[in-house]
Design a protein around this ligand. Structure first.
Ligand code: ADP
Ligand code: ZN
Ligand code: ZN
Length: 799
C-alpha cells in the first residue's frame, strides 16, 4: 500500500502530496487522517506527516517508507472540507491541518523541583508557589538563567527533583505565553529565526497557530529550552502572564432547571426543531438583548441530544462568556466539552480525544471549536454571529459561518446563526429568503429594553464641563449609588490606545520600527508598540523640545477610574481591561468580584459589552461612542451600532428597569440615533442604501491582497506587477474594480513596508483562479523573493 501524505516541516516542505510505502504490518492502521512519522528531505529528518489518501501503486522511483504511526488526527469526512478550504482561502494543506487538529500526543514526563531546605531567592519563589514547581515555570520566574544555581542546590540537597506524568499536573494558575507578533509578520519572523535559532522558530510556529500556551507546554512541544523562551522574550516576540485555568470535565453540584418558554421562545424553538428531519437548514435567530436566546439554544440542543445527535455551540470568545458556559454545564453536566484557550496542549488533546470517543454530546468553544471531531452533528449554533472573532486573521483566513455551513450540510444538520444585531450580510440573506428568519421582539423582563438618552458632548464643553462624564451621566450614577444598584461604564476603545504626546510641540512618541504611536502602560510606566513589542521608558521631558508638558492622552480606563474615584469617593469601582484581567488572572475573577461584592461601578473596554447578565445592573453609560465610528472602514457604522446595542442591553435584564446614557460628539449619526431607539431595522435600511451607493458588501464582494517586505520600492513594485497581471486577464478585470496599490493603513510594521490592493467584484465570481495567475507572476520574479503576499477573500477590516 502507498500512502499519500502531507509533511509537516515548516515552510520548507512544498505544499504537495508525497508518496510513501506503507510496511505491511502498518497497513490496517493507516487510513485518511492518520498521523504518521516519515523521513523527509536529503538529510532524512524524521518528521510528522498526515495521510490524505492511499493507493495501490506509485510512479515515484525509490520510495521511502512510513516509519511509525501515531494516531488518527481527523476522519475522512474532514477531507472534502480540507480540499474546499485550500481552494477557497488559497492556503496550504499544512496551514489547514494545523488549524483543525490539536497539537500533541507526545506525553513526555515533566521535571518537578521540590523545596527541602532554604535555597535562598529560589526557595522563596518555590515557597510562594506551594513548595514545589515544574522546572520551566520556576525558570520563567527569574529574568536571568538560574539553571546552574538549581544544579548546585540539588547537589547540596536544599532542592530535590521528581519526574511526573504531565497529565496529572494540574495547577490552578499557569504561566502562559502569548505571541506579540502579528499574523502578517509571522512568516518573516520564522524565516529570520529558523537558521540560527531553530528551537525559537519552532516555538513561534506553535504560538502562531494555537491560542496561548503554558510555558512548560511550549518547552515540551517545541523540544526547546527555557533559554529559548527568554531569548524570545528579550526580542519582544512574546509575553508571559499568569492565567487561571478552568477545568473540564466539570463536576457540577448545582443544576440549572429547564425554563418554561415564553410564546415567542417556544415558537422559535418549534420552527428550529421541526426542521430536524428535513436535512440541512439554516436559520437566523434575531432576538433583542435579554430575549432569552440562550434558553432556546439549550432546549434546541436538548432536543438534538434526545434524537441521538450532537451539538456545537460557538461563542465569540469563551473566556468572555463565563456565564453562558456555566449555564450549559449546569444544564448538561459532564456531557459538555469546553474547548477554551486556558487548556494546556495536553488537556486540549485529552478533550479532543474525549469528543472522538463519544464521551461528549455538546462542544462549546470559540472559533476553532467548529473543527471539533464530532461524528454525528445535529445542530451548530453561532451565538453573536456578527462578532469579528468569527473571522480568522491568519491563514487559512476563514469565516466560521462558511465552515459551519459546510459541516452542517455534510451532516444534514441545522445551522443556527443568532444575534441581537445580525451582520448586515446575514440579515440581507434572510430578507432574500436564502435563510430562514426567526424573530424574538420582546425581552423576558417586563421592563423591556432600556431607555437610552444621547448626550451631545459639544454642549457639555460649551457649558464648561471638562469632565469625561456629562452632567446627566454623573447624576444617573449618583442615583444608582444611592439605590444600591450597579452601573456598567464602557470606554469604547481598545485597552491599548493611550498614547503620549507633547502639549508644547505636538511630538507623539512613536515606534522606531513601525509607523504607529506607542502605547502608554501605567503599570510599568513604559511605552510599548503593540505591533512589534518594542518597549521604552516613559519620557519625563519631550525628546523634541525638552518641554516637561509631555503626558499620556486618550483617557484610558485608568484615567476614568481615577476621575470616578474623585467624583464618588464612597463608591466601589472595578476596572476590567487588558491590565486588570492579566494581573488578576482572568475575566471571571473580575466579573465575580463585581457580582459578589456588589461593587457600584464596573468600568471597562469592549470586554464589558458582551454577554454579561447581572440582574442588579440598571444603568449603562457609554463614555465615548465615537471612537469606533470614524475608524475609516466600511463596517465601522455597523460595528458601532452593534457595540452600543450590546452594551446598553446589559441594563435592566431582570425585574428592575434599565436605562442608558450614550455620550457622543456625533449625535446625528444613524448608528447612534437608531441604536438609542433599538431600531435595528431602520439602521439596516440606512446602511444598505449607503453600501449600495458606495459599492460595498452585500452588493459586491471585496478581496484584499497585502504585500510586505523590507524594501519599500520592491514591495510597491511587486504590488504593481500583481495588479498588471490581474488587469491583463481582461475577462475578469472588465467586471471588477481593482483599487491601488496603496500604502496600507499601518504603512510599516517591524521595519517591513506594507502595500495593498483592494478588489471589488461580482458576488458570484470565483476570483481565486485570477489571483493565482497574478501570484505566480510575482513569485516567478526573483526581485520579489523577499515580498510576502497575503490574500483575503472576505476581509473584516479594511485599513
Ligand atoms: P439573550 O441571550 O437573548 O440576551 P438570555 O438568554 O441571557 O438572553 O436571557 C435573559 C434572562 O432571562 C436570563 O437571565 C435568563 O435566565 C432569563 N430567561 C430566559 N428565558 C426565560 C424564561 N422562559 N422564563 C424565565 N426567565 C427566562
Ligand atoms: Zn515637545
Ligand atoms: Zn513597533
Amino acid at each position: 500500500m502507498i500512502a499519500k501524505v502531507i509533511v509537516n516541516h515548516g515552510t520548507k516542505a512544498p505544499d504537495k502530496l508525497y508518496d510513501y510505502l506503507v510496511p505491511t504490518e502498518m497497513e490496517d492502521k493507516i487510513e485518511i487522517g492518520t498521523r504518521v512519522k516519515v523521513s523527509f528531505g536529503t538529510r532524512d529528518r524524521e518528521v510528522e506527516a498526515y495521510v490524505l489518501g492511499t493507493k495501490i501503486k506509485s510512479n515515484a522511483k525509490r520510495l521511502k517508507s512510513v516509519i511509525g504511526v501515531y494516531d488518527r488526527a481527523f476522519d475522512e469526512k474532514m477531507l472534502p472540507l480540507i480540499e474546499w478550504m485550500r481552494n477557497e482561502y488559497l492556503c496550504t494543506y499544512i496551514d489547514i491541518i494545523k488549524t483543525i487538529v490539536p497539537r500533541g500526543s507526545i506525553n513526555k514526563p515533566l521535571e518537578w523541583i521540590i523545596l527541602k531546605g532554604d535555597a535562598g531567592d529560589i526557595g522563596d519563589v518555590i515557597k510562594a508557589h506551594g513548595g514545589e514547581m515544574e522546572i520551566n515555570d520556576l525558570l520563567s520566574c527569574f529574568s536571568s538563567d538560574i539553571s546552574s544555581e538549581i544544579k548546585k542546590l540539588l547537589k547540596s540537597g536544599e532542592l530535590t527533583r521528581e519526574f511526573r506524568d504531565n497529565r496529572e499536573v494540574k495547577s490552578l494558575t499557569v504561566r502562559v505565553v502569548e505571541s506579540l507578533v502579528s499574523p502578517d509578520e509571522i512568516q518573516d519572523v520564522l524565516k529570520s529565526l529558523s537558521a540560527r535559532a531553530p528551537s525559537q522558530a519552532r516555538m513561534m510556529d506553535i504560538l502562531s497557530y494555537g491560542t496561548d500556551i503554558s510555558v512548560s507546554d511550549l518547552v515540551k512541544f517545541s523540544d526547546g529550552s527555557y533559554s529559548a523562551i527568554r531569548a524570545l522574550l528579550n526580542k519582544g516576540y512574546i509575553n508571559i502572564f499568569e492565567k487561571t485555568v478552568l477545568r473540564t470535565p466539570v463536576k457540577v453540584k448545582e443544576r440549572d432547571e429547564k425554563k418554561t418558554l415564553t410564546d415567542e421562545q417556544s415558537l422559535a424553538l418549534k420552527r428550529i426543531t421541526d426542521k430536524k428531519e428535513k436535512g440541512f437548514s439554516e436559520f437566523l435567530l434575531h432576538g433583542v438583548t435579554g430575549s432569552g436566546k440562550t434558553e432556546v439554544y439549550l432546549q434546541a440542543i436538548e432536543d438534538t441530544i434526545a434524537n441521538g445527535k450532537k451539538a456545537i455551540m460557538l461563542v465569540p470568545e469563551i473566556s468572555l462568556t463565563p456565564q453562558l458556559t456555566e449555564r450549559f454545564i449546569k444544564r448538561f453536566g459532564e456531557r459538555v466539552s469546553l474547548l477554551h484557550s486556558g487548556l494546556s496542549i495536553g488537556e486540549r488533546y485529552d478533550e479532543w480525544t474525549r469528543i472522538k470517543e463519544n464521551k461528549a454530546d455538546i462542544v462549546i468553544g470559540a472559533r476553532s471549536a467548529i473543527f471539533a471531531p464530532l461524528d454525528n452533528i445535529g445542530i451548530i449554533i453561532l451565538d453573536e454571529e456578527h462578532e469579528v472573532s468569527y473571522k480568522s486573521e491568519m491563514s487559512p483566513r476563514y469565516l466560521t459561518h462558511d465552515i459551519a455551513r459546510f459541516r452542517a450540510k455534510q451532516h444534514d444538520a441545522i445551522l443556527l446563526l443568532a444575534s441581537a444585531t445580525p451582520k448586515i450580510e446575514t440579515y440581507f440573506r434572510a430578507k432574500n429568503g436564502e435563510i430562514e428568519y426567526i424573530e424574538i421582539k420582546n425581552r423576558i423582563s417586563k421592563g423591556g429594553l432600556p431607555k437610552v438618552s444621547v448626550v451631545d458632548m459639544r454642549d457639555e464643553l460649551s457649558k464648561g464641563n471638562r469632565s469625561v462624564l456629562s452632567q446627566l451621566l454623573k447624576s444617573e450614577i449618583e442615583k444608582n449609588i444611592k439605590n444600591k444598584e450597579q452601573t456598567i461604564l464602557l470606554l469604547n476603545r481598545r485597552g491599548f490606545s493611550t498614547f503620549v504626546s507633547c502639549r508644547s510641540c505636538g511630538y507623539v512618541a512613536s515606534c522606531p520600527n513601525c509607523s504607529i504611536s506607542l502605547t502608554y502602560h501605567k503599570y510599568s510606566d513604559s511605552l510599548r508598540c503593540h505591533y512589534c513589542g518594542h518597549t521604552e521608558h516613559n519620557p519625563s521631558v519631550c525628546p523634541e523640545c525638552g518641554s516637561k508638558y509631555i503626558r499620556y492622552f486618550g483617557g484610558g480606563t485608568q484615567k476614568v477610574e481615577e476621575e470616578l474615584n474623585t467624583l464618588f469617593p464612597e463608591a466601589k469601582v472595578i476596572r476590567m481591561d487588558v491590565d486588570t484581567t492579566q494581573k488578576k488572572g482572568g475575566h471571571e475573577k473580575v466579573l465575580s468580584e463585581f457580582e459578589k461584592t456588589g461593587a457600584d461601578i464596573l468600568i471597562g473596554t469592549q470586554m464589558v459589552a458582551k454577554g454579561l447578565d447581572f440582574p442588579n445592573v440598571t444603568l449603562v453609560g457609554v463614555i465615548s461612542a465615537d471612537t469606533s465610528l470614524f475608524a475609516n472602514d466600511f463596517r465601522s457604522g455597523e460595528r458601532t451600532f452593534d457595540l452600543l446595542e450590546q452594551v446598553t442591553g446589559r441594563a435592566g435584564r431582570a425585574d428592575k428597569n434599565g436605562r442608558a446614557v450614550i455620550q457622543t460628539y456625533a449625535p446625528e449619526h444613524s448608528a447612534i440615533k437608531l441604536s438609542a431607539k433599538h431600531d435595528y431595522k431602520s439602521f439596516y435600511e440606512t446602511e444598505l442604501k449607503d453600501r449600495n451607493a458606495l459599492g460595498y458588501p452585500p452588493f459586491v464582494k471585496i478581496a484584499t491582497v497585502g504585500f510586505s517586505g523590507t524594501m519599500d520600492s520592491a514591495v510597491s513594485n511587486a504590488a504593481k506587477l500583481f495588479k498588471r497581471a490581474l488587469v491583463e486577464q481582461t475577462a475578469f478585470s472588465k467586471n471588477a474594480r481593482i483599487l491601488g496599490p496603496i500604502k496600507a493603513g499601518v504603512a510599516k510594521i517591524n521595519n517591513k513596508y506594507r502595500w495593498q490592493i483592494i478588489i471589488k467584484h461580482n458576488k458570484n465570481d470565483n476570483i481565486n483562479k485570477n489571483l493565482i495567475v497574478a501570484l505566480d507572476a510575482v513569485r516567478k520574479n526573483k526581485n520579489y523573493n523577499d515580498v510576502v503576499i497575503v490574500t483575503d477573500n472576505n476581509p473584516y477590516v479594511i485599513y
